[in-house]
Design a binder for this molecule. Sequence first.
Ligand code: ZN
Length: 149
Amino acid sequence: MSELTELYQEILLDHYRRPRNFGPLEDADREIDGHNPLCGDRVTLRLRLAGDRVEEARFEGSGCAISTASASMMTEAVKGKSVAEAVELGERFRSRLTGGQRSDADDDLGDLLALDGVRGFPMRVKCATLAWHALREALSGSVKPVSTE
Ligand code: ZN
């Protein structure tokens, strides 16, 4: 295992064991449930918006290490961003995991790069992108539950 892989493994496990922004959110403007039936991951994402900005993002649910860590990282990454920036980040993250494009411009993904390990494992990609599907739908104003299937 390379040093980088080990580092990523540690970041991932840290977010799994101590998920950031985990718990209910008072005064949420958006709430959406996500489900990944293949793995059994469930996430409820809640957002509070201030104008065009994501002021607060929190989640609850239960799932595997990858889905939990990804939701934790996602809430950290989008907090403070504009809705457009958050949507753009989600698109970039998903295409990085599924489309095979990687660029230096992605360096700003920070901890999210720790999820690179799921590339090439479609089942795991669903775990990693579940919270992001929920984010996209929540930001679009939808209240329908999302599924990775
Ligand atoms: Zn999973």
